[in-house]
Design a protein around this ligand. Structure first.
Ligand SMILES: Cc1ncc(COP(=O)(O)O)c(C=O)c1O
Length: 467
């Protein structure tokens, strides 16, 4: 196992040379997004952000891979659950924590009353294609979805359409408003075994819209099969039908490039700790605050409602909705600053470049599985560019409802040094039993050799178990 490179300060050395002055520079850079240099200057001649594409080749990705300290003895392929911080982000996180411990007053007084949160939102707005008053950091996807679902106004009999592959993080707040207010939650059956294009998903939703439908909620990429839904077209369909669009983006920030204005969604909740590889308890929350038909919203779990929203009579568009959700009492500022460092690092690599790398590797995995298993088993993740993602779900066995076999396989793969997880889901909405699949995540710290190794281990395990 690789030893992590020594962090530049130690918590026991009273700041270890990390003076208040240097701290201000660090914290200011992270907050404002000016921390360029996390990756590029050490490795490449001057280049930045999306301009890097010309310099992208295998050696570049090798350098990116080296930024991660993840245990090389284990091939970690469960980013869908949580990611891993790159070394430099971890070092910064440590430095921020050290400063918070050695100069607690500094955090409060010298970072400013707003802890640099405005600068963070300006940076995020720039990176995710929206305005500053529409984006803030949350604690994770679940936290963002809670803020959205509980913030919206629904009445008894209103209906929200969801896919039949949503995560409990979205289902839980939906079930609360179902039980509390009598809102009907209607699952729409989306294509699973026969997903070929985005139009199928639009059709599935469209035919379920009724007079009572008020909103749609869908995963941009489902956690069950890794299928990418046509978010822009679904949001357009919602708009045309006067519906609110809510997107669960748990598997998107840090994996695919996002432009919220281009997507046209009303609300989008994502994590910072999964594909974006920020610290735990960080997330990204988008709330449209411009254009027509802004839905009435009651800011929840916030310490600013009283003076930021109530003073405007809670009139949508009249207040900064992201600001209204930015403060939830005392925050984990070091984690937020480190999250911004991770975001800035991703910008340096180029978010389109990352998407191409991650989805390219995932497509390679899908093709390799098909080749190695010669048609045996079922690949639940479509290898179609518009539906592809960094998640791959596969079951090699004849009986795809046998959960015991898939769980055993996860265990054997773990013993062989490959960490993946399983998911279970209904293929058809009215199926009597769940189907099971292995779910494999491929990210920046992987390359084709990892994928080849996994496919071999998977095939060996399969032949042993089948024989
Ligand atoms: C689709 C989906 N939504 C929500 C969540 C919850 O994510 P978080 O841990 O960021 O709250 C997950 C977690 O894996 C997920 O897959």
């Amino acid at each position: 196992m690789n030893e992590p490179r020594a962090a530049s300060t130690s918590p026991t050395n009273g700041g270890g040379g990390l003076s208040r002055r240097k701290f201000f520079k660090l914290a200011g850079m992270a907050a404002a997004g000016g921390a360029a240099g996390l990756l590029v200057p050490r490795n490449l001649p001057a280049a930045g952000g999306r301009r890097l594409s010309a310099a992208i080749d295998d050696s570049f990705w090798k350098r990116v891979q080296k930024e991660f300290i993840i245990d090389p003895e284990v091939v970690y392929m469960n980013i869908g659950t949580t990611g891993a911080m790159p070394q430099q982000v971890l070092e910064r996180y440590h430095e921020y924590n050290t400063l918070a411990a050695t100069h607690p007053r500094t955090f409060e007084s010298e970072l400013g009353a707003t802890f640099g949160l405005e600068a963070q939102r300006a940076t995020l707005a720039d990176q995710f294609g929206c305005n500053m008053d529409e984006i803030c950091l949350s604690r994770n996807t679940t936290d963002g979805l809670d803020a959205i679902v509980y913030g919206l106004e629904f009445a008894r009999g209103d209906e929200i359409l969801i896919t039949h592959h949503e995560h409990i993080g979205a289902l839980s707040p939906l079930n609360v408003i179902q039980d509390r207010y009598g809102v009907q939650i209607t699952p729409v059956e989306i294509p699973v075994l026969n997903a070929k294009n985005g139009r199928q998903f639009i059709k599935a939703f469209k035919k379920n819209i009724s007079k009572r439908t008020k909103a749609i909620l869908f995963s941009h990429i489902t956690y069950k099969t890794g299928t990418r839904l046509p978010a822009k077209a679904l949001c357009e369909m919602a708009r045309e039908n006067g519906l609110i669009s809510i997107v669960d983006g748990a598997h998107c920030p840090g994996m695919i490039a996002l432009d919220f204005h281009d997507m046209g969604c009303d609300f989008y909740a994502g994590p910072g700790h999964k594909w974006q590889c920020g610290p735990g308890c960080t997330g990204i929350l988008y709330l449209r605050n411009h254009g027509g038909n802004l839905p009435r919203f009651w800011t929840q779990n916030s310490s600013t409602y009283t003076f930021a929203v109530q003073t405007c009579g809670n009139e949508r568009g009249a207040f900064d909705i992201a600001y209204s959700l930015q403060y939830r009492g005392q925050l984990n500022i070091p984690a937020q600053l480190a999250m911004m460092d991770a975001c800035n690092m991703w910008e340096e690599i180029g978010r389109e470049n990352i998407e191409a790398y991650v989805c390219g590797l995932s497509s390679y995995l899908k093709r390799s599985l098909k080749k190695r298993f010669g048609g045996q088993g079922i690949l639940f993740s479509p290898d179609v560019p518009e539906l592809n993602s960094g998640l791959t779900s596969f079951n090699p066995f004849d009986d795809i409802t046998d959960g015991g076999k898939i769980k055993e396989m996860v265990h054997h793969l773990d013993e062989a040094g490959y960490q993946v997880r399983y998911t279970n889901f209904l293929v058809g909405l009215n199926d009597p039993t769940d189907t099971y699949a292995l779910r494999i995540s491929t990210h920046l710290f992987h390359d084709k050799t990892h994928v080849d190794g996994l496919v071999t281990a998977l095939y060996d395990t399969y032949t042993r178990m089948a024989g």
